[in-house]
Design a protein around this ligand. Structure first.
Ligand code: ADP
Ligand code: MG
Length: 712
């Protein structure tokens, strides 16, 4: 790290190497999902009877017959070896921010100085894992350090390739020996089951023909790309994923010229290779574009079944990171890598379907309208009752920089419906004719909804939870977060609310069904419409209004995690068998611990950089100014002394300020006082960023924003 390295990097990026041409896969079905042990592979590698049994488990959730595990494992191994795999791993999602894998080779010595390639049913179904080094929040007592991973047949096994071969990856859940969830997948699967049961129950009330319920997710992923040569000179980025220093450049995003702009060749080549890898993994990457901030981009897939989609998003993040390095780039998934420009989120597009019917599609006939409005009412009620829990799932040290910063939704959870749908809600609430003068009441089951236009201009980007024509888009989750937790919570919240409605409907006589439904929905909407807000979520008025309405405003992670400890909340998740009290409390511990650890890392690296990287440069510059002043005075030259004295003063004040601020920061770190650490880091940043603008550019050691965000 020195200014000459910085200038070398700039020069090297200037003479761009010719990009290697990537052989694009033919866009045919043969290529898509070629590295996935999916239905096609199952049918090809297993006998018909076993294949059908396995597919039934995957598609309909019928329990897996353990006696077929051996055959499935054998088929999977043959398939994987043909694709170059030498190892297999149970691939799981511990309570860290990433995924975990421990590889075992298929190799088995046969005792005759030779070996075979073997993979048993037992190897497939369960794996033992020393859980002691994964966060468990106290669930795993030290004498019971073992955990086990259990095959999740509903997410297909896949092949992960590397330059020297490949590994068979088996998506798994991760539990303690007492059965407590140590991962994110287990409660997600439980919540999907709960929601499906509630949907089925509700659909029975409506007399809809039996079908499969399905929860769907399309996760839009935002990310930054910067040149690796800059990254290597930014210890803050390397250690924390975000810049702790960096003066705002004159040009940032104010010209609005990046969003949807033409994509530079290096980037579009990168994106194409990412897509090639994702398609091979059966991940339907669909959309790519420049995002709002300079050097910021987005990838959106076609939606899929929720559990699969969550796994796929974890892989999307991994593929983005690994492919970026091949292009000499670094993919930053942090929620706020650069101050002064937009951060990155993960828009969580969620819906529920029953058979071929999307329950969030308003539809064209009174029956579908009725179902849609019922599910909508359920969601409104659920979100209003449990906004705190939903908020809790979006907490992280990184996301704290984004939520409420006037570029992403506020920390206050509310629902955006759009004017037309909002009017429908008001018409339902207006109810009996005499109550309403202005609004014609909406008669459920009789009136037909007016077509709700899919109007792109009407999009309210300031809302955390927005209805977008046939799905809800939850925009609070951070770009680096797994989608598992938010959806686990969302599913449970909605499941409970749909059950609430079903319980009422089940008592209703068939002939008065629509009449009673009207009353139920009116009652719900009246009680819970305070959660609906169609205005500007960034505004100060909304904050005040939300407070008046009694909506929770949990401004940061320390506040936001607390609902996980609330007794009623714990009972609620326990009732739905999604998280036990112990599991929930342990998650609180893990997430809080993660917050403190990351904050400590940030504080320590900020202090170290300021003292050992910035300070020497400022001191050299100070010395230079002081000596110039001495020389001028010695030869009685007046011109310039005022300017030099002024500069020396600015630098001297800066040196004192850094010294003082670092010592305050270090003291806050000793106490581990989170608000004080944040405050001192903010102060330190201001001091350093101001110095960046006055110190000789030729000497500044850290790559600047105007370089990192624009030169690639
Ligand atoms: P928009 O332009 O409104 O953001 P898109 O059609 O681009 O809508 O979709 C955004 C994301 O929402 C995509 O990932 C898409 O697959 C997903 N999506 C669309 N329909 C559904 C659905 N029924 N359930 C879940 N996700 C959906
Ligand atoms: Mg979007």
């Amino acid at each position: 790290m020195s200014s000459s390295n910085r200038f070398d990097a700039v020069a090297k990026i200037g003479d761009k190497p010719t990009l290697e041409r990537i052989e694009l896969p033919p866009a045919n079905i043969d290529f898509y999902a070629k590295d996935v042990f999916n239905e096609t592979a199952i049918r090809q590698y297993l006998s018909k009877g076993i294949a059908e049994q396995l597919i039934a488990t995957i598609n309909n959730g019928t329990p897996l017959d353990p006696t077929i595990a051996g055959d499935v494992a054998h088929a999977m191994k043959e398939w994987a070896i043909e694709r170059g795999a030498t190892h297999y791993t149970h691939w799981f999602q511990p309570l860290t921010s990433g995924t975990a894998e421990k590889h075992d080779s298929f190799l088995e010595p046969d005792g005759n100085s030779s070996a075979i390639m073997s993979f048993s049913g037992k190897n497939l179904v369960v794996g033992e894992s020393d859980a002691s080094s994964f966060p468990s929040g106290g669930i795993r007592s030290t004498f019971e350090a073992r955990g086990y991973t259990a095959w999740d047949p509903t997410s297909p096994a896949f092949i992960k390739r590397h330059p020297n071969g490949a590994t068979l990856c088996i998506p798994t859940a991760f539990c303690s020996y007492t059965g407590a969830a140590l991962d994110k997948k287990t409660p997600l699967l439980r919540s999907i089951q709960a929601l499906k049961a509630s949907v089925r129950r509700l659909m029975n009330c409506f007399g809809v023909e039996e079908a499969n319920a399905k929860v769907t997710l399309g996760a839009e992923q935002e990310y930054f790309l910067i040149d690796k040569k800059f990254y290597l000179q930014r210890p803050d980025l390397i250690q924390t994923g975000r810049t702790l220093f960096g003066a705002p450049p004159a040009k940032h995003q104010q010209l609005e010229d990046h969003y949807f702009g033409s994509i530079k060749p290096r980037i579009v080549s990168f994106m194409t290779e990412v897509e090639k890898e994702l398609w091979a993994l059966g991940i339907p990457a669909k959309t790519r574009h420049n995002e709002v901030a300079p050097a910021q981009f987005e990838l959106a897939p076609v939606f899929e079944e929720l559990n699969l989609s969550v796994d796929h998003n974890m892989l999307v993040m991994e593929v983005l990171r690994t492919v970026a390095e091949r292009y000499g780039l670094i993919c930053l998934l942090h929620e706020k890598p650069f101050v002064g420009v937009n951060g990155s989120g993960k828009h969580n597009n969620w819906s529920v379907s029953y058979g071929s019917r999307n329950l969030l599609d308003p539809g064209k006939d009174p029956e579908q309208n009725m179902i849609f409005l019922t599910v909508l009412a359920g969601i409104i009620r659920g979100i209003d009752l449990h906004a705190d829990l939903l908020r809790a799932c979006t907490c992280s040290v990184g996301n704290d920089h984004r939520l409420g910063a006037g570029e992403a939704p506020p920390a206050i959870i509310s629902i955006f419906l759009g004017d037309q749908l909002n009017e429908i809600v008001e018409r339902i609430v207006a109810g009996d004719r005499k109550a309403s003068k202005k609004l014609e009441p909406m008669r459920i089951g009789v009136d037909t909804l007016p077509p709700l236009p899919r109007d792109a201009t009407d999009r309210n980007r300031t809302s955390p939870f927005a209805f977008t024509s046939n799905k809800f888009e939850f925009r609070s989750p951070g770009s680096s977060q797994s989608c598992a937790n938010v959806n686990m919570m969302l599913n449970t919240i909605v499941a409970e609310s749909l059950d609430y409605i079903s319980e009422k409907l089940e008592k209703v006589q068939q002939k008065e069904f629509t009449e009673q439904l009207q009353i139920i929905l009116k009652d719900i909407m009246k009680k819970h419409k305070r959660i609906i807000f169609n205005g500007n979520g960034y505004s100060e008025e909304w904050r005040k209004e939300a407070e008046k309405r009694g909506l929770p405003n949990l401004a940061n992670t320390l506040e936001g995690l607390k609902p996980l400890l609330d007794n009623n909340n714990q009972k609620f998740l326990e009732k739905y068998a999604v998280l036990s009290k112990i599991e929930m409390s342990s998650r609180y511990e893990v997430f809080l611990e993660d917050y403190y650890r990351r904050l400590r890392i940030e504080g320590e690296i900020a202090s170290e950089l300021a003292s050992s990287v910035i300070m020497p440069v400022v001191m050299a510059e100070y010395k230079f100014a002081v000596e110039a002043l001495e020389t001028a005075t010695a030869i009685k030259l007046k011109a310039g002394t005022k300017g030099i004295r002024n500069k020396a003063t600015i630098l001297g004040v800066g040196i004192d300020a850094i010294t003082e601020c670092c010592s305050m920061l270090n003291a806050a770190l000793v106490e581990m006082n989170a608000p004080a650490i944040i405050e001192e880091m903010t102060k330190l940043r201001k001091i350093v960023d101001d110095l960046e603008c006055v110190v000789d550019d030729q000497k500044w050691p850290l790559p600047k924003y105007r370089e990192m965000l624009f030169l690639y």
